[in-house]
Write a protein that binds this ligand. Structure first.
Ligand code: IPD
Ligand code: CA
Ligand code: CA
Ligand code: CA
Length: 261
């Protein structure tokens, strides 16, 4: 896929996301229809489903031969990353959306034969769309982002998921003690944004493909390292224990993890 083609797709996708942003804001003005999935901490709303439906319909018309993986199951069953694959998290941070009406995002990614082409994280409450990929760089709305500084763990705040901290797996408490402090935002997308902007030095969490697909592309484009915790590449067909960090912090963290497995 050449740069002109990627630029054309990017312009189209940004229009879809703007319309999806409008849809979410409009639907929020009415009462939400909330149900549980696997348990009381795993919610889905009519807005998650409508956002996914909206994006799938746009992709099907624009790129009919592609495969689509969507969190809420309205896309395809994905068995391979061959060809053009779109991965959708129609509303990331559903618990925040329901309880706070804050700190949530839309996430969308395009992969071609397993290579990340374009990633999008739309911080809906702040109305900032983070977009881009290796061919075009990364933007916050229209502003091009610079690579965050390659700082070590000690110098930065660290984003961790609640369950990992509670279980103290992989030396989690030691990682946090060796950082400037811990932050938990409750949305993988919002956590990724903090790492992209250099506001945190890294983030660790068990994530499904739709939680990491977009962030992985944006982070890698900005010189960050996004891998499984043992440093091996992510597998977009299954859950991963994901670590996204600066290069220096990754070395610090992997040392601690190795001492605690
Ligand atoms: C969740 C959020 C949360 C992360 C969970 C995800 P959802 O996504 O990103 O921060 O810890 O693993 O499932 O379900 O709100 O899209
Ligand atoms: Ca969910
Ligand atoms: Ca998610
Ligand atoms: Ca979601």
């Amino acid at each position: 896929m050449d740069k002109i083609e990627i630029g054309r797709i990017n312009q189209t996708v940004k229009k879809w996301l703007q319309a999806d942003y409008d849809l979410i804001n409009k639907m929020m003005q009415s009462k939400l229809d909330i149900s549980t999935k696997t348990g009381p901490r795993d919610l889905v709303t009519n807005v998650d489903k409508a956002s996914e439906r909206f994006l799938i319909d746009k992709i099907r018309t624009f790129d009919p031969d592609s495969k689509i993986l969507g969190e809420e199951g309205q896309g395809d069953r994905l068995t391979s990353m061959k060809g053009s694959v779109w991965i959708i998290d129609p509303l990331d941070g559903t618990m925040n959306f329901v309880k706070q009406r804050d700190h949530y995002a839309i996430m969308l990614a395009l992969y071609q034969d397993g290579q990340g082409i374009l990633g999008y994280i739309y911080d809906v409450p702040k109305n900032v769309l983070y977009s881009g990929g290796p061919a075009i760089g990364v933007f916050a709305n229209e502003q091009k982002l610079q690579n965050p500084e390659n700082v070590n763990l000690r110098s930065g705040l660290f984003g961790a998921s609640g369950p990992l901290v509670i279980e103290n797996k992989f030396g989690m408490q030691s990682i946090i003690r060796n950082s400037a402090g811990m932050r938990i935002y409750g949305s993988a997308g919002i956590e990724f944004i903090h790492v992209l902007l250099g506001k945190t030095v890294g983030y660790i969490s068990y994530l499904k493909p739709w939680d990491v697909a977009a962030g992985n592309i944006l982070a890698s484009t900005l010189g960050l390292v996004c891998t499984k915790v043992d440093g091996t590449p992510l597998d977009m067909l299954s859950s991963n224990l994901v670590l996204v960090t600066t290069e220096k912090a990754q070395q610090d963290i992997r040392k601690i993890v190795k001492e605690n497995v």
